[in-house]
Design a protein around this ligand. Structure first.
Ligand code: C2E
Ligand code: MG
Ligand code: MG
Ligand code: MG
Length: 288
């Protein structure tokens, strides 16, 4: 490109930009290798049905165990993975691993629950997405009803007819669709009609101050009523305090997820929570 602009444009490239570009390239390279070497691990965070305190679903959240940097959170590498397209192989690994893990838990005899996997817009390719999901289900022998795919409003917005078809097909298989971070994008109610959505996850930003901010409470209350009217499940994200839990309970929010119940944890560390809630409501949470 520099050539196109002529020789006098060399000043476009500052040393600072060069450093950034080099850093990016090296992160991209190590990300590429990390996928080959499978340096990733899934952590799991429960979504709790607060009516009886049982785990209804586990959300799989990817972490990168970098050989020298240690555990890298998704915010540091998912955007780059999306930009470079590496999210496609990485996302497939996440899906396969999560399905296999859930089936393993079921085979051991733990109370069955759904597994939720986050999908990036880049992973939605007509023909490929359905084949990937079907293969992951087939190879893990997980019943499709136990799989939830979390997508954000941006997917709905960009959603052309081909994308809608992907989700209609997956729905016919029995896979459920959740809208993640609901309320912060531009998603209109129109998309809820057009897409086969099963669950709305109310974004953490509405929950954070819900116990003190009447506006947040009003918005959340309206979303919950609307969702119930449409026969959708509602999950409140980022529940950290008992005060938040009580307000959400009074608004008839049945499903909650957040540090109050559990942080995302490696598979072996979430296992001790299974079934415990059946004995006494929510006794795995920190406040009980
Ligand atoms: P998300 O799907 O909305 O996941 C929720 C994020 O909020 C997680 O961050 C979780 O650890 C955090 N969280 C949960 N409860 C609380 C709470 O009570 N308080 C606070 N402050 N935070 C809470 P995490 O694991 O760092 O993931 C961040 C985002 O990265 C995810 O947001 C998701 O968009 C993306 N992500 C994670 N794993 C994957 C993946 O496998 N594929 C794709 N495409 N994206 C992923
Ligand atoms: Mg999510
Ligand atoms: Mg979310
Ligand atoms: Mg999020």
């Amino acid at each position: 490109r520099a050539k196109e602009h002529g020789r006098n444009n060399y000043q476009l490239y500052t040393p600072e930009m060069n450093t950034k570009a080099v850093e990016r390239l090296s992160l991209e390279n190590s990300l590429r290798k990390a996928i080959e070497r499978e340096e990733f691990v899934l952590h799991y965070q429960p979504k709790v049905n607060v009516e009886h305190g049982q785990i209804s679903c586990m959300e799989a959240l990817v972490r990168w165990q970098h050989p020298t940097l240690g555990v890298v959170p998704p915010a540091r590498f998912i955007p780059l993975a999306e930009e470079t397209g590496l999210i496609v192989p990485l996302g497939e690994w996440v899906l396969r691993t999560a399905c296999r893990q859930n089936k393993e838990w079921q085979d051991i005899g733990y109370p069955p629950m759904q597994i939720a996997v986050n999908l990036s817009p880049r992973q939605l390719q007509p023909g490929k997405t359905v084949a990937m999901v079907e293969a992951a289900l087939r190879d893990s022998r997980l019943d499709p009803h136990w799989l939830v795919l979390e997508i954000t409003e941006s997917v709905l917005m960009a959603g052309d007819e081909a994308t809608v078809e992907i989700f209609r097909y997956l729905e016919r298989l029995g896979v459920q669709i959740a809208i993640d971070d609901f309320g912060i994008g531009y998603s209109s109610l129109y998309y809820l009609k057009k897409f086969p959505v099963h669950t709305l996850k109310i974004d953490r930003s509405f929950i954070r101050d819900i116990a003190s901010n009447p506006d947040d409470e009003a918005i959340t209350s309206a979303v919950i009523s609307m969702a119930h009217g449409l026969n959708l499940k509602v999950v409140a994200e980022g529940v950290e305090t008992v005060d938040q839990l009580e307000v959400l309970r009074s608004l008839k929010c049945r499903y909650m997820q957040g540090y109050l119940f559990s942080r995302p944890m490696p598979a072996d560390q979430v296992v001790p929570m299974f079934g415990r809630a059946a004995e006494s409501c929510l006794n795995f949470c920190r406040w009980c």
